[in-house]
Design a protein around this ligand. Structure first.
Ligand code: CP
Length: 315
């Protein structure tokens, strides 16, 4: 393993909040390095290591890319199917994690509907916990892969004007991105209906806009978010059609942003709700496919970072 320095002193990756600029820069640089190698990035960094994917919410991108990343690093990986596990018999999250912990994994990758679940587990196990999304709280590897894609496009994060548009209230992607982008010196705006913007979000260092006309103005990048119906009670938006007419991004209203502005979406996309299908598929403007591709490289870098921390802190 290279002695790459991530400037990171923790065996867990729970969020972006509090992560310093040097660590973020290192992860992005290393992810870009692994991304250049693509098919040729098989290594032995996690040889003899056991990685467990424990996902209590559905996932395509995050779960698959952690599995591909771990396999490319020569780890053994176990995917726990929550629906056929003893969780269905009432076993608690902590008991489940303690049971898995007794089988001596090195990494437990957790997605859970409750904010703070990853941090809570980190206090009960010896293995490294990676937060793959906890409720409305954080999705750190998503924010890291988004930033790595922006850098890969040759765009500097410092001074970047980026608008995050949609369901900010329920979005862990928004929160992790706001922490990361403001730490790196970007100017972040959030756009959405008042019902989907947290009341005190300005405290995170962002500007708030309730309409596309003023919110998109002079943006370099628009990050579009999904309406997270699984965390809503039905009163937040009148109808999908009305939401699209006010906040859906298409090639026409994208002209409100800077010339050559790019769009991102963490997926899964609701075509015709938050993003027009034509725009989503326009690879000159949409970075969606690049985000998925970078997901694997960022997760390799994060696993390597935690492996190095474990070697250093647990010896
Ligand atoms: N962006 C994201 O977390 O996608 P999945 O839910 O498919 O993992």
């Amino acid at each position: 393993m290279d002695n790459f320095n991530y400037y990171f002193d923790n065996i867990h990756l729970l969020g972006i909040q509090g992560m310093n600029k040097k660590t973020i820069q290192s992860i992005l640089e290393r992810a870009q390095y692994f991304n250049q190698k693509k098919k040729n990035r098989k290594n032995k960094i996690l040889k003899d290591n056991l990685v467990i994917n424990l996902f209590f919410e559905n996932s395509t991108r995050t779960k698959a890319s952690f599995e591909i990343a771990a396999k490319s690093m020569s780890a053994d990986i176990l995917n726990i199917s929550v629906s056929s596990s003893s969780i269905k018999k009432g076993e608690t999250l902590i008991d489940t994690a303690a049971t898995l912990n007794a089988m001596h994994p090195d990494f437990l990758i957790l997605r859970h509907p409750n904010s703070g679940a990853a941090e809570m587990l980190s206090k009960h196990v010896e293995c490294s916990i990676i937060n793959a999304g906890d409720g409305r709280h954080e999705h750190p590897t998503q924010a890291l892969l988004d930033a790595a894609v922006i850098k890969e496009e040759g765009i500097n994060l410092e001074g970047l004007k980026i608008a995050i548009c949609g369901d900010i209230l329920n979005s862990r992607v928004a929160r992790s991105n706001i922490y990361l982008l403001t730490t790196m010196g970007a100017q972040v705006s959030v756009i959405g209906p008042p019902t989907l913007i947290p009341k005190d979000i300005e405290r995170m260092g962002v500007k708030v806009f309730f309409d596309l006309d003023s919110g998109l103005k002079s943006s370099d990048i628009i990050m579009i978010l999904r309406l997270q119906n699984e965390r809503m009670d039905g009163s937040e938006t009148p109808s999908k059609r009305e939401y699209y007419s006010f906040f859906g991004i298409n090639e026409n209203n994208l002209k409100l942003a800077k010339k050559n502005a790019l769009v991102m979406h963490p997926g899964p996309m609701n075509r015709g709700v938050e993003i027009a299908s034509l725009l989503a598929d326009n690879n000159e403007i949409s970075l969606v496919k690049k985000q998925v591709e970078m997901g694997v490289s960022v997760r390799i870098a994060c696993l390597e970072m935690l492996k190095l921390s474990r070697n250093k802190l647990l010896k």
